[in-house]
Ligand binder design. Sequence first.
Ligand code: MEV
Length: 448
Amino acid sequence: MIQPVPVTLPTMSEATGETAAVTEQASTPTSRIPGFHKLSAEQRIDRIAAFAGMGQEHREQLSAPSNIDPHLGDHMIENFVTTIAIPVGIATNLRVDGRDVLVPMATEESSVVAAVGNSARQCYDSGGFTTSMSGTEMIAQIQLLDVPDPHHARLRILERRDEIAQVCDACDPVLVRLGGGFRELDVRLVDTPTGTMVIVHIVVDTRDAMGANAVNTMAERLAPSIARWTGGRTLLRILSNLADRRVARARATWSVDAIGGTHVRDAMVAAYQFADNDPYRAATHNKGIMNGVSAVVLATGNDTRAVEAGAHAYAARTGRYRSLSTWEVTADGALAGTIELPLAVGLVGGAVKIHPTARALLGIIGVSTAAELARIIAAVGLAQNFGAMKALATEGIQKGHMSLHAQNIAFSAGATGEEVGEVARRLVADATINEEAAARILATLRGR
Ligand code: MEV
């Protein structure tokens, strides 16, 4: 049995030398902090520093300036204390639908940005990426329980289509003015161990908004009428992240010369077949795709979790979890890749609108619609997948990873400035990349 470990928290004055008033709070290691939400970010940091017995260095790190104003942070989320900066790199060499684009990617993982740039370079001369999008429609679901006659009720709801359209559109006249609004109604019967549920889908074109707020409002507004019409009880009213009315697609071909021969091409096709037929491999293959997708989604202030949930649910839409991409050989022997995944991203609303860095980064991509952004993200996902598969099917993933990984290790061992590159170079040359080796190399360098 695991025994609880007694924790003695140092007082604030021991830890940071700060005031006695805060010291008293520090002596009570409780997560119950009434009024925490009413404090300023700095006051909250004081309280958590006391709670955690935080030293001055960490305390100051939490207060370090970031590229969002603390007041904005406080409006974006609750109990805001600080920000955590994620490096943003720019993927180069992308040509999407005949236009050259530079794409910002926010990621903590080394090799991700470089892989997209390298993969895009290798298909640049064969035209780059061609993309399309199924639409910008989101689905909201309304769950009905205890409906005595589900089949009959289903038709009664469908008969009210026009009334439902009116209620939905009245919730968001601005969206309607911009060409969006209610599009379709669907009613499904879902059998569960506790009985048949009637599930209403409202399909709404949310245009340049991700649309969660718009469709959730509509679902909540409609629910009482639907309960009345069916004699049932409504429970959940929420969007579906399986945004299969918002699927972005990208395709590209890589010539055999560009990728280094038919053996590389054939190995990549075999790697894809493995992923498409084995969920254990598909999870990792799709994770690689999401390395690219999520990095752009995050850099543009969009909802990474929504996109990830949608992508993985879509990958399992046939009942088996499969690859989000396909790879095959064209009639003239080139390697052809495609990708399709739901991409519910927006250009207006939420963090996209108010995060100044996201706005600046979006400016680099230079898109004017959410659909264009989604299509570029799909191209990045395909490029990322190409890069990972090519590395895995040839030299293995570690070689490419190692030089940046070695730099991270050099940093952790305390290297600064030009030392970082030198320590990393020697770590790779010695083929032993760990902090102990880095510390040894650093000591040697400094001893000179
Ligand atoms: C690592 O973050 C991503 C890969 O595992 C993707 C893949 O295996 O295809 C390299």
